[in-house]
Design a protein around this ligand. Sequence first.
Ligand code: FE2
Length: 204
Amino acid sequence: MPDEYYASSPVLEAFIAHVLDVVGATPSPPRRVERMRPAFGELLSASNWLPDEFTCANPNSTMGGGIASYLIYRRADRSLTLHALIVPVGAQTPIHDHLAWGLVGLYRGEQDEEVFRRHDRGEISGKASLSLVERRALKPGDFYTLLPPEGDIHRVRTTSSVPSISIHLLGSDLGCVLRHAYDLPHGMVHDFRSGYANVECENS
Ligand SMILES: [Fe+2]
């Protein structure tokens, strides 16, 4: 099976080519994301590469609030994806983890991000103890790295008067893998598959 592109643009194709070069030459995830930072920043500041149809809310969202995740690129072996997350005005994601290295940055709009730390080790099935460790305000061009387990649990909320669009480069097929969502008031964790608004997961 070949690599999958769901958008076409020289900017996008040059970015992915660079990322694949770095992945091939850099086994360590921390070094990998460090080397990708300049190109990722340039992708966030470039215009006209994200199709308009990938900026719309999804009324059938698995995350609620019309939140939509659009797959833009997926490597054939599912070890790398690029996707866009659309969070409508005032909507927020569930608290969730990612379980893979990545780079996440804001392309349009503004977000408030809350980062959590888990204190238990999953000793009791379905129970999870979390505390808020950081809150960040994100503007277009701001981005952060994901290097689990530290800093891997968060939620984001759109604070701007327009939907926020964030770009996610992940070392997994993020929308189709099972990961976790957390219910903070009840101290619960459950399996979570976010899916993509434009592509079905084979295992869903
Ligand atoms: Fe996330």
